[in-house]
Design a protein around this ligand. Structure first.
Ligand SMILES: [Zn+2]
Ligand SMILES: [Zn+2]
Length: 246
């Protein structure tokens, strides 16, 4: 893997998915009551973490004013102890087929979505955040921040949640709690005005998280015939490849 390629981690196959509607109003109400009732909520008692300066800035922003903040997306680990919320859509999303992503995720490829750090904040107790250096040297998972760039995961269940850079983070769409669950797909009503069964539009992830391309496609372990652009290495810095080109 090239040294400047951001290493990433992928959520575990098993994951918690919320069936709740994440409409803005409900999410806001839920957050409000959470802050009032849960003493462990990161915003419930900012003084509790006054020595942890790193927690006060994005992508954690513990204790920061929520004026103007409207949660649009929520990402959580498998056990639910670690979560982040986002008030914007990702800037872009892509699939990476490099060997490091394959190994780190235990999956054929990784799906990552890029967000600005300022649009991200912690929505769980900080004690479960785990850090790992992203420089390539081996470190044990740390409960205190390692230098940037770094990987963030849940220390309780091990689910990876993001790779943190200086201004951006790469989060993992399969860990997001979107509303289109398999149950909804199964019971979706046909939409004749769209000329299809109605199920097609509801399967899979929201449009905002759809990847625009594949990178490091020559290192793939499975061919993906989805019509998206395949880059041999980095996006726009390598050759384009066909779906089954070696
Ligand atoms: Zn967890
Ligand atoms: Zn990769």
């Amino acid at each position: 893997m090239p040294a400047d390629h951001p290493e990433t981690v992928r959520p575990a196959t098993k994951r918690v998915r919320s069936d709740q509607d994440h409409s803005k109003a409900e999410t806001k109400a839920a957050e409000k009551s959470k802050e009032e009732q849960d003493p462990d909520h990161p915003d419930a008692n900012p003084d509790k973490h006054e020595d942890d300066e790193w927690l006060k800035v994005p992508p954690f922003s513990v204790g920061k004013s929520r004026d103007g903040w409207e949660t649009k997306w929520r990402e959580s680990c498998w056990c639910g102890k670690t979560a982040f919320v986002y008030d914007a859509d990702p800037l872009q999303a892509k699939y990476c087929h490099c060997e490091d992503c394959q190994r780190l995720h235990g999956a054929p490829f990784q799906h990552a979505a890029v967000f600005k750090k300022e649009n991200t904040r912690l929505d769980s107790n900080p004690e479960w955040i785990g850090f790992l250096s992203a420089h390539g040297e081996v470190h044990p998972l740390s409960s205190t921040p390692t230098p940037l760039p770094r990987k963030i995961s849940c220390r309780a269940c091990g689910s990876p949640l993001m790779d943190e850079g200086r201004n951006m983070i790469m989060a993992f769409p399969p860990a997001f709690e979107w509303t289109r669950t398999h149950k909804e797909v199964k019971h979706a009503k046909p939409d004749e005005s769209k000329g299809d069964s109605g199920k097609k539009d509801k399967i899979g992830m929201p449009e905002e998280f759809r990847a625009s391309c594949h990178i490091f496609y020559e290192r793939r372990c499975v061919d993906i015939k989805d019509g998206l652009t395949k880059w041999r290495g980095h996006k726009e810095e390598s050759d384009k490849m066909g779906d089954d080109e070696i």
